[in-house]
Unconditional design. Structure first.
Length: 291
């Protein structure tokens, strides 16, 4: 059985500061869970793949897959302490991607330092591409009930051949170019399937045809919901929630304490209805070779 690791978000997410109220401590813990899931998920994917490069220092976590797609290259976490020239660090990081003609994404959240990092990124030429809501919940308190349609089935992907159908859903849902799709496919497959993997991939079938996808990441000791895609004309809310609950049910079986999702405003109400609560914003800043 997969061993679930403890949440480890140092140095940015420290829990239990002197003088904190219970509410403040809980809020800090949920933010720590978001950072742990996001950073650990990408670390797990890129460290397992022979086509990816991952660099981890005390101040930055940088990854690159070589794909001409911003989210597949970037900076997961950056912590430039007082006394460090943050602008110089940003410039040297951008030069890494610039020299390789790779678009990239710089992820930011409450854990990012310095606190004015977003303004510094904009000055360096990056543009805000996405501002999403990070939500979290304690799995023990979650009610697992499904409202899916009778002709909608959910299967867990168990090997790379079956994952082909999962990738096809993502390709169509997000209109991914073939080159990007091929790299994503290899990246996911390298991380493995089954009990020894930190990932569980769930495929929604309508009349035996793949129409929806969702990945459960167990990296970082948190249940993270990712890769939520649905084909056009198959956006039944009950089916989407059924996939979410299937994934969270599996996480609870593995005794994972917390679940997180990084959602757009479009999905906010659906996750809130399940018991998720807003805990912070995650903002993506993008640089492209034409910037």
């Amino acid at each position: 059985m997969l061993e679930v690791e403890q949440i480890d978000c140092e140095p940015t997410a420290k829990v239990g500061s002197v003088g904190e109220t219970d509410t403040e401590s809980r809020s800090r813990r949920l933010v720590a869970a978001v950072e742990s899931s996001l950073v650990s998920t990408w670390r797990e994917l890129t460290s397992a793949s022979p086509i990816a490069n991952l660099e981890i220092t005390s101040q930055i976590i940088r990854y690159a897959t070589g794909a001409p797609f911003p989210i597949l290259n970037g900076v997961l976490s950056s912590w430039f302490p007082e006394g460090v020239d943050a602008d110089q660090q940003i410039e040297s990081t951008l030069e890494y991607f610039r020299s390789r003609h790779l678009p990239m994404t710089w992820w930011t959240g409450p854990w990012s330092r310095p606190t004015d990092l977003p303004a510094r990124l904009r000055t360096a030429g990056l543009e805000e591409a996405s501002r999403e809501i990070a939500m979290a919940t304690e799995l023990a308190a979650l009610e697992i009930a499904s409202g899916r349609q009778a002709d909608f089935a959910i299967v867990e992907v168990e090997d790379r051949n079956a994952y082909r159908g999962f990738q096809d859903v993502l390709d169509q849902a997000f209109e991914l170019p073939s080159e990007v799709s091929a790299i994503m496919y290899e990246l996911i497959c390298a991380a493995g399937f089954g009990e020894k993997s930190k990932f569980r991939h769930f495929l929604g079938l309508k009349d035996s045809r793949p129409v929806a996808s969702m990945t459960l990441s167990l990296a970082g000791g948190v249940a993270g919901i990712y890769n939520s895609g649905t084909l056009r004309d198959h956006h039944a809310r009950g089916n989407h929630l059924a996939l979410v609950l299937k994934a969270l049910g599996r996480a609870r079986e593995l005794e994972v304490p917390l679940a997180i999702v990084i959602s757009s405003r479009f999905g906010f109400d659906a996750f809130r209805s399940l018991g998720f609560e807003e805990c912070c914003e995650v903002v993506q800043y993008v640089w492209t070779p034409s910037s």
